[in-house]
Design a protein around this ligand. Structure first.
Ligand code: SF4
Length: 715
């Protein structure tokens, strides 16, 4: 503490996958100011408007202060006993798959770790899924197919050193502002650098681009398959890299060719001018250092895994990967989507990048945890999970730090499902979330500034959030709440954690357990190699944890200070150590509009976060856009008799969305855009996801949130 009574803490922004470092000034149990941490590698001192307003989001307004059962305040003991008794009785009668946890990329890694351990190791079900399923599942599955493991090979510094950046399915100017500023700054310093944006909308990022290709929604894999063909035809392949480090190139190329007779077919499939297509292909082919930066426009698709692999195929084919300024870079939406994946937050994974497909991997986790009842098969993915709540097969669900009544596709089904579910537990910080209305048990959780624990951002940098102020009322950390329930379920010894660092150490130890590099000199026969290895932190002291210097994994004996880039040696995490080309048949979205419909795209706006439970409290963050809107092309406005600034209603799946018409040439004809943030607490009929068909990618279960045919008419 200083002479003024103020303290400075180094912590992180909780909003997006960039994971900016923050210096927070604390006085009288209040964060009174924030600024960017110049030492944090993600932001080097910068913050966007959301991050720099963090201290203004505090206060008791709408905070949940006490546990509640059926609407009445109760003690923690009563609340956790109610949950444990109900879960125990349900499991005894219907088996472990009759219960589920639905988690969030907002949770810290330690929270995720204990929730996953309790469900998969001790209750004995794989039914732990997360809202990261709506965000990252496609990229995760694509990484595994190509590299053998869910690994982002590059880092943010590559965005500064790339000579060309292809931004596809992302609008970082709004959704990831700090990494976007890096790209723009690098181009200012060297105007020869090119930014190519491939997006049906003329977004803020597209307006800054050297080249914008407004492709047909969903045609991304056609674009990258076409690029693969172009690279081969123009003699721009890195044949040496393909031969030494990759597998399956010929088949991937032949499959891409099977859909086109020549490149002009690609332009037709993507609905763009051939000259623009060729100009972009030429930039990729002629530039040594190229990064493809992709996000939800690729992932939130019924063929998102294939789209991501089509991108990776082109980087492998040219050796533009695993080196400075080159790679396929998947950026996460949420602050800890990657940390959640590290500990098995998705129902299809075990912890520590291990998987259900291999019985040796299940056995490894079982032995490490001394788990009495390890799950042996994947659990339900998000959309299926809520379907099974609706069908009655899942009879108890615990939802933590997320708002599925707003965010899930076909969100009115989620509402109905929770209404009839015998036990809905919701861990939350704020009262004004739609999901809380369906909770039998409400648990007050601590939030940013109050809780300590680690996160991993999109470029593998692990940072530690600090507890700087006391949580209000009886709010507790999520890991503590889960641990309390685990104790009441009879698992006291395995969940004997006093502090977040105890969990972190165990997580770090598991990552290194029977794990060694395939080329390591000392290697036990049973070792199962995973790149994700932070075993050098398995004995970290509390003080080092509290003053943790942000570091990129792996962090192990060979790399005690972390690793900037992975796969630089061309050794991948597959069995044969080669990267896999994946043959891709490009596909359009599963449900196309009929003549009476338009295609609804949805996404973030600049100053809001998720369902606004935090950013909606700051007046200045509402000034950029203060109500739900519908961006409509002038042709469609005429066709549907819509005037600028009037209200219009969208409908699908017996649900409506009401927003103000914004007529703009930024939209292609037949396509509209709506922001995702508003919900029924802020504006009637503004839950966009209620209009989204529950169509998912068969390979990963991620819903097609970017492409929903809807009807539109004046309100
Ligand atoms: Fe926070 Fe993301 Fe903005 Fe950084 S870019 S300050 S992490 S919202």
């Amino acid at each position: 503490a200083s002479i003024t009574g103020q303290t400075i803490s180094k912590t992180n922004c909780p909003y997006c996958g960039v994971g900016c470092g923050i210096e927070a000034t604390v006085e009288n149990n209040k964060v009174i100011a924030v600024k960017g941490n110049v030492e944090h590698p993600a932001n080097l001192g910068r913050l966007c408007v959301k991050g720099s307003s963090l201290h203004e989001t505090q206060g008791l307004q709408n905070r949940i202060l006490h546990p509640r059962v059926k609407g009445k305040n109760v003690s923690w003991d009563k609340a956790t006993s109610t949950i444990a008794d109900h879960f125990k009785a349900t499991i005894a009668q219907y088996g472990p798959d009759s219960v589920a946890f639905y988690l969030s990329g907002q949770l810290l890694t330690e929270d995720y770790y204990v929730a996953n351990k309790l469900m998969k190791g001790f209750i004995g079900s794989g039914n732990v899924d997360t809202n990261s399923r709506l965000c990252m599942a496609s990229a995760t599955a694509a990484h595994k197919r190509a590299f053998g493991e869910d690994v982002v090979a590059g880092c943010y510094d590559d965005l500064s050193s790339a000579e060309a950046i292809f931004i596809i399915g992302a609008n970082p100017a709004y959704a990831h502002p700090i990494v976007y500023q890096r790209m723009i700054k690098a181009r200012e310093e060297n105007p020869a650098r090119k930014i190519v944006v491939i997006d049906p909308r003329r977004t803020a990022s597209a307006k800054d681009a050297d080249l914008h290709l407004a492709i047909k929604p969903g045609s991304d894999a056609y674009f990258y398959n076409g690029l693969l063909i172009y690279l081969a035809e123009q003699g721009k392949l890195d044949k040496d890299y393909i031969a030494k480090h990759c597998h399956g190139f010929e088949q991937a190329l032949e499959t891409a060719k099977s859909q086109f007779s020549d490149i002009s077919d690609v332009a037709i499939a993507c609905d763009i001018e051939l000259s623009l297509l060729l100009e972009s292909y030429q930039i990729f082919a002629e530039t040594d250092k190229v990064v493809t930066f992709f996000s939800q426009g690729i992932n939130q698709s019924s063929s998102g895994v294939d789209k991501a692999n089509a991108i990776i195929n082109c980087h492998l084919a040219t050796g533009k990967i695993g080196r400075e300024g080159a790679g396929a870079f998947s950026i996460t939406g949420q602050p800890n989507a990657m940390g959640g994946r590290e500990v098995g937050g998705l129902s299809t994974q075990l912890a520590a990048h291990l998987h259900f497909e291999n019985s040796n991997e299940i056995d490894l986790v079982k032995r490490f945890w001394q788990a009495p009842n390890i799950a042996t098969k994947p659990g339900l993915k998000a959309v299926d999970m809520f379907d099974e709540v609706n069908s009655g097969k899942i009879k108890a669900i615990w939802i933590m730090a997320t708002n599925p009544v707003v965010s899930m596709p076909n969100a009115n089904l989620v509402k109905r499902a929770l209404e009839k579910c015998p036990m809905v537990v919701v861990s939350e910080c704020y009262e004004n979330t739609d999901t809380i209305n369906y909770a039998d048990v409400v648990l007050p959780a601590s939030t940013w500034g109050e809780k300590q624990g680690s996160v991993t951002n999109s470029d593998r940098t692990i940072s530690v959030h600090q507890s700087m102020i006391k949580a209000p009322g009886e709010a507790k950390n999520d890991w503590q709440i889960i641990t309390d329930v685990a104790h009441k379920l009879g698992f006291k010894d395995a969940f004997n954690y006093q502090h977040a660092v105890d969990i972190f150490r165990e997580h770090a130890a598991l990552s290194g357990f029977e794990n060694s590099h395939p080329l390591a000199e000392k290697k036990a026969e049973k070792d199962i190699y995973r790149v994700f290895d932070i075993s050098a932190l398995a004995n970290i002291s509390q003080s080092d944890y509290e003053n943790f210097i942000p570091t990129k994994w792996p962090i192990n004996v060979a790399n005690p200070n972390g690793v900037q880039r992975i796969f630089t040696d061309g050794v991948f995490a597959t069995k044969n150590q080669k990267a896999n080309f994946i043959p891709i048949i490009a596909q359009l979205p599963k449900i196309l509009p009929d003549k009476t419909q338009v295609v609804m795209n949805s996404g973030r706006i600049r100053d809001q976060w998720h369902t606004m439970s935090r950013t909606g409290r700051v007046a200045k963050l509402m000034t950029h856009s203060d109500e739900p809107y519908i961006a409509v092309n002038p042709d469609d406005a005429q066709r549907f008799q819509l005037a600028d600034k009037q209200l219009a209603v969208l409908s699908n799946l017996s649900a409506d969305y009401i927003g103000r018409v914004n007529i703009t040439n930024e939209q292609r004809t037949g396509e509209i855009f709506v922001p995702i943030h508003w919900n029924d607490n802020f504006s009637a009929s503004a839950r966009v996801s209620a209009l989204v068909n529950p169509i998912t990618d068969e390979l990963c279960g991620q819903p097609e949130l970017k492409h929903s045919p809807v009807r539109i008419k004046p309100f």
